[in-house]
Design a protein around this ligand. Structure first.
Ligand code: GLU
Length: 447
């Protein structure tokens, strides 16, 4: 790809200043690649160094997390919180606990979060955090002690007007509970708005659990609607089997699609009758077991340990597992099998080569920062309820989510059209997300 000259300079600087952080480079390049028409039309965005400032996090915190495992051994992990941009509101974004986490992953996620949060239209800035802690195989007591140790440092950096973490891979309701408990204990404040993804009996919002998966499906429904089509009878492949995938499958089935495959890091299952969500939830949420057990429990389903889930023929593909899980070869297979829509439930699951192929093949492609923004949008709704000490019904909250996703979809399409790339959701999402943040940064001065 060839970048506009001023953007190429910025990208070179990002490479130089952030050596070895390939995922961060990838996320920055994808945005810069869309901004050419913006800086041509509105050169003041480069004159005032807004884009260069955007690429440098406002604050990066790295800390030691010491904790004691069940055998009495002291374990050391590394904790991160990257407070990337607060032009639109307090830093907002999840925490990821996974052994692959290092500064480059947290920065890529934090960078994406700026644009995603901007697209929601809600008053939230961008940030992300996490740890290289591996929750796999850890007891409940170990998870709790790790979360307490993590919060013992993090608490001094966050707050309802400063930085509001939530979940991501490896961090769900259980972990948010332990984190919130420790925050409350240290600060002696019941500050509900400091974390989102809380349980509904202690300040959480209905629909937050379902929101990322549901939102991705609502976004996809809008793509179908622009083509005069619907989910009825569509074959869908959803990768992953965590929070995003589970609730994407639930909503897809409610809307008449049939989800024929899902996966975890050990392999994938194919179930031509449609994934049975009760069985899946039992395996993944209750037993916290591997996906192979799904095939043991469900007649007619088969487990595949090696190979790609994207070889399962489908009309629509929703990658909902993790970054760079769908490469060029997978994209080729999807195109050959007649897939016509790909929407990212995870953050940056498709490689740049795969995205190029989708464009060339005429496959509609919705990037995560637009398609999976329903999670963080519903976090913002949780913050609203906390601020007003109110509790909304499931139906009302779900309608607010659906409305937000329709709004993001339309704004992406309109912006893509305005900047000469009709139908290109990547261009639309990047430009629409960028201009709102950039205008706020300009208004606030050089800070
Ligand atoms: N981790 C989620 C995301 O990638 C949600 C963040 C949040 O709710 O703050 O957007």
């Amino acid at each position: 790809m060839t970048l506009h000259e001023s953007l190429a300079e910025i990208y070179d600087e990002v490479l130089r200043r952030n050596p070895g952080e390939s995922e961060f480079h990838q996320a920055v390049l994808e945005v810069l690649d869309s901004l050419g028409p913006v800086v041509t039309k509105h050169p003041h965005y480069t004159d005032s160094a807004v884009i260069r400032r955007l690429c440098e996090p406002e604050r990066q915190i790295i800390f030691r997390v010491p904790w004691v495992d069940d055998q009495g051994n002291v374990q050391i992990n590394r904790g991160f919180r990257v407070e990337f941009n607060s032009a639109l509101g307090p830093y907002k974004g999840g925490l990821r606990f996974h052994p692959s986490v290092y500064l480059g992953i947290v920065k890529f996620l934090g960078f994406e979060q700026i644009f995603k949060n901007s697209l929601t239209g809600m008053p939230i800035g961008g940030g992300k955090g996490g740890s290289d802690f591996d929750p796999k195989g850890r007891s409940d007591g170990e998870i709790m002690r790790f979360c307490q140790a993590f919060m013992t440092e993090l608490y001094r950096h966050i707050g309802e007007y400063t930085d509001v973490p939530a979940g991501d891979i490896g961090v769900g309701g259980r972990e948010i509970g332990y984190l919130f408990g420790q925050y409350k204990r240290i600060t002696n404040r019941y500050e509900s708005g400091v974390l989102t993804g809380k349980g509904i009996t202690w300040g959480g919002s209905l629909v937050r659990t379902e929101a990322t998966g549901y939102g991705t499906v609502f976004f996809t429904e809008e793509i179908l609607r622009t083509r005069g089509d619907s989910f009825d009878g569509k074959r869908v492949v959803v990768s992953g089997s965590g929070n995003v995938a589970t609730y994407a499958i639930e909503k897809l089935h409610q809307l008449g699609a049939i989800v024929v495959a899902c996966s975890d890091s050990s392999g994938y299952v194919v179930d031509e009758k449609g994934i049975d969500l009760d069985v899946l939830k039992d395996v993944k949420e209750v037993r916290r077991a591997r996906i192979a057990e799904y095939a043991d429990l469900r007649e007619g389903a088969r487990f595949v340990a090696d190979g790609s889930i994207w070889s399962v023929p489908c009309d629509i593909a929703l990658p909902c597992a993790t970054q760079n899980e769908l490469n060029e070869a997978d994209a080729k297979t999807l195109a050959q099998n007649g897939c016509s829509i790909v929407a990212e439930g995870a953050n940056m699951p498709c490689t740049p080569e795969a995205i190029r192929l989708f464009n060339d093949a005429g496959i509609a492609f919705a990037p995560g920062k637009a398609a999976n923004a329903g999670g963080v949008a519903t976090s913002a709704l949780e913050m609203q309820q906390n601020a007003s000490r109110d509790r909304w019904s499931f139906e009302y909250t779900e309608e607010r989510l659906a409305e937000t996703m329709r709004g993001i979809h339309d704004r992406c399409l309109e912006t893509a059209e305005e900047y000469g790339a009709p139908g290109n959701y990547v261009v639309g999402a990047n430009i629409a997300g960028f201009t709102q943040v950039a205008d706020a940064m300009l208004a606030l001065g050089v800070i």
